[in-house]
Design a protein around this ligand. Structure first.
Ligand code: CAA
Length: 399
């Protein structure tokens, strides 16, 4: 697929691969065990000028799009899914500002994110509000020229290492979804604390935290775009643009797991021959490689569609997320199987791919939600097919 990429995109991809091989792969197992944040990788990403690719040039970024973001996330995730998402979540956290921030907010928040000096997290989900994102109950009630936030957020990837947080809350609780507004919070705001770190199955190199707001007063300038009631749309538009990043994490994990499976199957001998020479394993490896290539093509095309400025991007973004992350889980599971008993042991790198892959089917919208998004888009797209085709469905000739 690389022959379809521009020279600039290939350069970003090559630099990301180098960071992955030199700085991530040697440390992946240790960070998985310790849960320590890989600050050395953040330094390497700065050195290799890979931070803030998706941020417009006027705010200190590279002015590149979602495709280049995906290329980088894929390479990082090939070596470690946790470190891959630690990078990608900065796009999830900064898209709300790019899409809906005032000029002052963009000038203030985007340059340090672009330079990799500040990390950003995204606060939408709550304990009782996951797939039904519009049912959130955190409030932000106006008090003069301030808003007072109360409530808590759940599943904040990069929670305890971020400096900035895009947070969604009800400014008008009677209006439901239309009463949701977005805010940009800074770490040291009184009344705001980063809470419990989740003890996760995979992506253990990255912290996932709760956020707590206890009479947390923020100035009106923290209201994203200076407008109330636009938060839900902003969150949905953000997720449309960020989901290819999770999909790319899936492609990277699948590719990484596949490469280990190829190596192991070639080296491991049973019945006097390498296990890769058995037809059952060849078919399995062929399916893995085919699924990865198909996932990559879908993810890149969803990213290209977004970068083209097209309006209707939700369906393809969701398709890429479903297909690539289901592929990641399947390929990683098959790769563990290829390793036999060793695949089940932490001495070998493969079980981590299976643990890291699982969350990609869940976060940034479960794959069930993605199918819902795709289904709704299809219903809308095909509602006029009857008129367009000018053929009545019951008018097939009788046999
Ligand atoms: N773009 C713009 N506007 C959109 C939109 C989109 N993609 N999708 C919906 N909207 C608008 C609709 O047009 C509608 O606006 P009007 O009222 O003006 O008509 C409004 O939003 C409500 O839309 P729906 O009726 O479709 O909303 P819904 O309640 O049925 O929810 C949903 C739709 C797709 C299920 C949505 O709730 C959803 O995406 N849920 C999953 C949330 C999610 O992905 N959470 C993950 C959070 S991040 C994370 O995991 C943590 C991390 O750190 C990685």
């Amino acid at each position: 697929m690389s022959d379809q990429l521009s020279k600039e995109s290939l350069e970003y991809q090559a630099r990301a691969r180098e960071v992955a091989e030199r700085y991530i792969r040697p440390l992946a197992a240790a960070h998985d065990r310790s849960g320590e944040y890989a600050w050395a990788v953040v330094d390497a990403l700065k050195e290799y000028e890979l931070t803030g690719l998706w941020i417009p040039k006027e705010y200190g970024g590279h002015g590149r799009g979602v495709l280049d973001l995906c290329l980088v996330v894929e390479q990082l995730s090939r070596a470690c899914g946790g470190i891959g998402v630690a990078y990608a979540v900065n796009a999830l956290g900064s898209f709300p500002i790019i899409l809906g921030g005032t000029e002052e907010q963009k000038q203030h928040y985007l340059p340090p994110i672009a330079k990799g000096e500040k990390l950003v997290a995204f606060g939408l989900s709550e304990k009782a509000s996951g797939s039904d994102a519009g049912s959130l109950i955190t409030t932000a009630i106006q008090d003069g020229d301030h808003y007072v936030l109360n409530g808590e957020k759940k599943w904040n990837t990069n929670g305890e290492v971020a400096t900035y947080y895009t947070v969604y809350a009800l400014t008008d609780p009677d209006k439901g979804i239309r009463g949701i507004s977005a805010f940009i919070l800074e770490r040291n705001t009184p009344g705001f604390t980063v809470g419990k770190r989740e003890d996760t199955m995979g992506i253990r190199a990255v912290p996932v935290n709760e956020l707590h707001f206890d009479n947390c007063r923020v100035p009106a300038s923290a209201l994203l775009g200076g407008k109330t009631g636009t938060g839900f749309k902003n969150a949905m538009m953000t997720l449309d643009r960020a989901r290819p990043g999770v999909a790319a994490q899936g492609v990277g994990l699948a590719q990484g797991a596949f490469e280990w499976a190829m190596r192991y199957a070639s080296e491991r001998k049973q019945f006097g021959q390498s296990v890769s020479s058995f037809q059952a394993n060849q078919f399995c490896l062929a399916d893995m490689a085919t699924q990865i290539e198909a996932a990559r093509a879908l993810v890149y095309s969803s990213a290209r569609l977004i970068d083209s400025g097209a309006k209707n991007i939700s369906k393809l973004a969701a398709m890429g997320k479903v297909f690539a992350t289901d592929t990641a889980m399947k390929v990683a599971t098959d790769a563990v199987q290829m390793f036999g008993g060793y695949g089940f042991c932490r001495d070998y790198p493969i079980e981590k791919y299976m643990r890291d892959a699982k969350i990609t089917q869940i976060y940034e919208g479960t794959n069930q939600v993605q199918r819902m998004v795709i289904g709704r888009a299809l219903t809308n797209e095909y509602k006029n097919l009857d008129k367009e085709l000018d053929v009545k469905i019951e008018h097939f000739p009788e046999a």
